[in-house]
Design a protein around this ligand. Structure first.
Ligand SMILES: [Zn+2]
Length: 163
């Protein structure tokens, strides 16, 4: 059966897509590519399998709750000094987090809560940070009151983990 012009074009587009992908990534799986990429960026790979599992099953940003529209938007965020995995975030939050610094006067008197400052939010804000399964779970809010509510809810929902 003769193909229409549209069918031929669609076929060619599909071929090009596959060809470009193959040329760029070879036959490596997305898991292998993630491993190479993270290793190169200095991420601690001790719990790679668990982290990868968590990574591909995370569908929204840990910090701003934005739903990832595609895998490009999902970024594994890590501590650049220790390599420790912190969050799975959107590109925007990952970029902004580069500017975050923890002040020496970060003690808030509340367990797991610290005061931080970052360029993208005016002044200071508050961060709840807690370790779980080799990963650090964090949330940030502008006021101490808001972050205390989040912390208490988290601890309540994970009572068995933090005694
Ligand atoms: Zn985000």
């Amino acid at each position: 059966m003769p193909q229409s012009r549209e069918e031929k074009l669609a076929k060619k587009r599909e071929y090009n897509k596959t060809y470009i992908k193959k040329k760029k990534y070879g036959n490596r799986t997305s898991k292998q590519r993630a491993k190479d990429n993270w290793t190169q960026r200095g991420v601690d790979m001790t719990n790679f399998d668990e982290v990868y599992d968590l990574y591909i099953n995370t569908h929204k940003c840990d910090l701003c709750d934005k739903i990832f529209e595609n895998s490009y938007e999902r970024v594994l965020e890590h501590n650049h000094t220790t390599g420790e995995v912190r969050n799975i975030v959107c590109r925007k939050c990952n970029t902004h987090k580069e500017d975050v610094s923890i002040r020496s006067d970060n003690k808030t008197g509340y367990k797991y809560i610290m005061k931080v400052k970052g360029k993208y939010k005016q002044g200071f804000y508050y961060r709840f940070e807690i370790k779980r399964d080799g990963k650090t779970f964090t949330k940030t809010r502008q006021t101490l009151e808001e972050i205390i509510v989040i912390r208490d809810k988290y601890l309540e929902n994970n009572k068995d983990l933090y005694k």
